[in-house]
Design a protein around this ligand. Structure first.
Ligand SMILES: *Cc1c(COP(=O)(O)O)cnc(C)c1O
Length: 344
C-alpha cells in the first residue's frame, strides 16, 4: 500500500470540546463545516453528539443535510450561509436552521418554510455575512416577532486578544441585541479565549476542537504517516527533484515518500518542513512534487518504512508555519487519497 495513513483521534476532539466548554458558563456548540475541517463530519459529529453537543454549525445547507443523516433527529443544525435560493427543500426535509443574513433571506424563509426554525446573523463589522446595522434597525421588530432561536455575529480579530476590533464588535453586538430576549452567540475558538464578556449564551468553536491555534492547550488530533517508496544514496554534488533546488553537500540518503501537494502537503512548505521518524527530524529536500516528497534520512541508523509529517513533533500549526499559512488551511487541504482511520 502506498497511500498515507491519516489517523484521527476522536477522543482528543471530545477532550478539546470539553476543555473549551469548561472555560465558559454557557452552552458550547461545534462547527463541523467543510467536512469538520477535513477530518470527517460524520465521525466527528457523532462523537461530539455522544459527548453532549446539541448544536452543530455548517457553512451550507448541503452539508447540513449530510450531517442530519449522521446525527439523527436530535441536534440542532445551523447553517451560516442562511436560506439561499434552492435551499428550501433541504431546510425542510432535513430540519435545518438557517442563520438569516438579509431581508431577502428572511422573506424567503417565512414564505417557503414558515414552520422551520431560524436564527439571525448580524454584521458587527467584519463585512462578510450578516444583516447590517441599518437594515437590522428596520427589520428587527418583524424578525423578532417570527421568534428566531439564536442571534449571532462573528469576530474578525479574535485570534489577536489585544486588537481593538474585539471590544468594538462586542459593543456593537450588545447595542444591536439590547432588550431582545433571544439566545446570543458571538464567539468561535478565539472569542472563547477572550473571556466571559464574549461568551453570551452559546459559543461556536471549530479549530480548537481539531487541535489548532489559537487554542494553544488543545490536544493534537491528527497523525499523518507517509510510506517510503524508495531510498537512494547520493554522492556529494548530486541534486534532488524538480529544478535541482537541492544539491547534496556530502554523501546523503534520500527517501521518497508517497504524498505531495495533490494531497494537501502544499508546495510552499518545501524547504522548511520536516518529517519525523520517532523523535528524529528528517528535513525535506528539493521541491514537493504532486505525489511525492523527498526527505533526507541520512541521520537515521536504518531504512524507515514510514515517516510522520503530522503528529506529536510537528503539528498542524508548525506545518502551516513552514508553508506560510494557517492550521485551518493545512487541515482542510488534507486530501482524499489518505486512508483515514478513527480512534476513541
Ligand atoms: C468557521 C466559523 C466558526 C468557527 O471558527 P473557529 O475559528 O474555527 O473556531 C464560528 N463561526 C463562524 C461564523 C464561522 O464562520
Amino acid at each position: 500500500m502506498s497511500t498515507g495513513r491519516l489517523a484521527i483521534d476522536l477522543s482528543a476532539v471530545v477532550a478539546n470540546w470539553r476543555a473549551l466548554d469548561a472555560m465558559t458558563a454557557c452552552e458550547t456548540g461545534a462547527v463541523v463545516k467543510a467536512n469538520a475541517y477535513g477530518l470527517g463530519a460524520v465521525e466527528v459529529a457523532r462523537a461530539l453528539a455522544r459527548a453532549g453537543v446539541r448544536k452543530f454549525f455548517v457553512a451550507v445547507a448541503e452539508e447540513g443535510a449530510e450531517l442530519r443523516r449522521a446525527v439523527g433527529p436530535g441536534p440542532v443544525i445551523l447553517v451560516f450561509s442562511g436560506h439561499m435560493e434552492g435551499d428550501s427543500d433541504l431546510i425542510r426535509d432535513h430540519d435545518l436552521t438557517p442563520m438569516i443574513n438579509s431581508v431577502d433571506q428572511m422573506l424567503r424563509h417565512v414564505e417557503r418554510t414558515p414552520r422551520q426554525s431560524f436564527g439571525i446573523q448580524l454584521d458587527t463589522g467584519m463585512n462578510r455575512l450578516g444583516i447590517e446595522p441599518e437594515e437590522w434597525a428596520a427589520l428587527r421588530d418583524i424578525a423578532i416577532a417570527q421568534m428566531p432561536i439564536l442571534i449571532m455575529s462573528h469576530l474578525a480579530c479574535a485570534d489577536e486578544p489585544d486588537h481593538p476590533m474585539n471590544a468594538k464588535q462586542l459593543r456593537i453586538f450588545r447595542e444591536l441585541t439590547a432588550g431582545i430576549d433571544v439566545p446570543r452567540s458571538l464567539s468561535a475558538t478565539g472569542g472563547i479565549l477572550l473571556g466571559p464578556e464574549w461568551h453570551f449564551d452559546l459559543t461556536r468553536p471549530g479549530i480548537g476542537l481539531y487541535g489548532g491555534l489559537p487554542f494553544a492547550q488543545a490536544q493534537p488530533v491528527v497523525t499523518l504517516d507517509l510510506p517510503v517508496i524508495q531510498i537512494r544514496e547520493l554522492a556529494p554534488g548530486e541534486t534532488v527533484g524538480y529544478g535541482n533546488t537541492w544539491t547534496a553537500p556530502r554523501r546523503s540518503r534520500i527517501a521518497t515518500v508517497a504524498a505531495g501537494y495533490a494531497d494537501g502537503l502544499i508546495r510552499a512548505m518545501g524547504p522548511r518542513a520536516w518529517l519525523y521518524h520517532g523523535d528524529t527530524a528528517c528535513p525535506v529536500r528539493g521541491r514537493v512534487s504532486m505525489d511525492l516528497i523527498t526527505v533526507d534520512v541520512s541521520g537515521l541508523a536504518h531504512e524507515p518504512e514510514r515517516l510522520t509529517i503530522l503528529g506529536r513533533q510537528q503539528g498542524v500549526d508548525e506545518l502551516a508555519r513552514a508553508a506560510g499559512t494557517i492550521g485551518y488551511e493545512i487541515l482542510t487541504s488534507l486530501g482524499p487519497r489518505y486512508v483515514r482511520s478513527y480512534t476513541g
